[in-house]
Design a protein around this ligand. Sequence first.
Ligand SMILES: [Fe+2]
Ligand SMILES: [Fe+2]
Length: 192
Amino acid sequence: MIFKLKYDTPKEWAIEAIKDIDSFLQDHADAERKVANMCLSLIAKYPNKHEIIDELIQISVEELMHFRQVHELIRYRGDVLNGVFQKDPYIKGLLSIVRSDSELLFMDRLIIASVAELRGSERFKLIGEVIDDTKISKFYLNLHKQELEHIDSFIKMAKIYFDGEVVNKRVDEILEQEAKVTESLPWRSAIH
Ligand SMILES: [Fe+2]
Ligand SMILES: [Fe+2]
């Protein structure tokens, strides 16, 4: 891992979040679909960035598989997918600092994707550690590790097109903003 979050989610957050694990699973299903869509939309928005198309397709496929697994857990809990895309105040807070220049926006999008994956991964681990259900616990502890790989992938993609130091500096700025947004949001049975 090349960077760390600037705000650590307290374990108490997970203890609260699992009290309504069904809502958490619905939100998580949403999140996996959104990341899969985001990867495909990056290809659509930047079709000339040929070097990263394969990687984006790969991540999109992996996120769809995660979606499938979360959907399985929703059914295992005797529930059905609610199919409502929730507005995510976390992503809104992160997007508030993106730059409008097309190339810089491209860099910001990749970095935000990476930082959001890191937060998700952190929280999956916490959920896996506190939940009693072994099936759900195993799933989240395993997913925590899988998502860590995506964090590096998005940063590597950014560094194909931009100077490494410039990217690192921007990662730091976005991590600052991410910490502020995360700390300020009320706790929900949701990833963010
Ligand atoms: Fe995922
Ligand atoms: Fe991911």
